[in-house]
Design a protein around this ligand. Sequence first.
Ligand code: ADP
Ligand code: MG
Length: 342
Amino acid sequence: MPIQILPARLANQIAAGEVVERPASVVKELVENSLDAGATRIEVEVEKGGAKLIRIRDNGGGIDRDELTLALSRHATSKVSSLEDLERILSLGFRGEALASISSVSRLVLTSKPPSQEQAWQAMAEGREMDVRLQPASHPDGTTVEVSDLFFNTPARRRFLRTEKTEFGHIDEVVRRIALSRFDLALSLRHNGKPVRQYRAASLPSQQDKRLAAICGPAFMTSALRFDSEHHGLRLWGWLAPPSAARVQPDVQYTYVNGRMMRDKLLNHAVRQAYGDRLPAEGHGAFVLYLELDAAEVDVNVHPAKHEVRFHQARLVHDFVYQALSQALEQGESVQPSPSPA
Ligand code: ADP
Ligand code: MG
């Protein structure tokens, strides 16, 4: 075969392989876009575990008519424009790939109205070259992205979809993670027309506790130790189950770095080390933790789906987290002595 430039759709489908694993990855990318657009309210609606339909509606800043075509193109982003920006990422997105990738493996319709514009417009990419078709639409301020028939044109991927229940479970988990990342966000989730989650904007501590209990369970909520530590520009806050309650909710393990949800080996290691041998044999640590640090101190451009980060001063971060959590556990022990063995 001679060397040739791939048609746009095929190039985007190849890129989609890295970011669009299943319906839940679409939900994550789209909700992150809404957050980057300053949305305070996001509605997620899915049908058939997201395989049939994923619709995300937000009240964010919207996209100008003249930029809709670009929004659907690969390597098009409003979030970085230089290497300096890339080394100091404040937004959740920055690769300019999600919309192009998702629309190459589904039927995607983007509808948006910035407050400054009278009319809403709708865009979709068609054909091999993904030429964008624009038409006027009716929509309030904000953006709706509708993704139908995910992987309809990539049968190999489609076959990897699990049952509706499993796929919906992953979507639900993404929504829970986002809900814990931003207490001020109003967020709802519907499945097959039925409301499943409804998180109201929570600004008061009592409302935040309610959301925490709804997501992590009342057992975690009542036993969790609240911590908040700062050291040399690093801040760690959140909730941690004392070892005596660590068995209750093995699934509560939420980690955020500068508001971005992630599973990080280094942080997990620090947490495990802080629990140390305080944990019972089959015990799991249960925690919700938020690490905040200068954006220049962390590299988020490590993994296409941005599940991982790299800390420039890994040792420092690890030790800080270990110290902060050990302290929280020690204080917890002095307040509520662990129950005597039966
Ligand atoms: P990235 O998020 O990495 O910039 P995307 O492909 O996810 O790339 O989105 C491309 C661009 O489209 C974004 O940079 C943003 O300008 C715009 N955009 C996407 N979703 C929204 C939204 N919900 N509201 C406003 N603008 C959006
Ligand atoms: Mg994005």
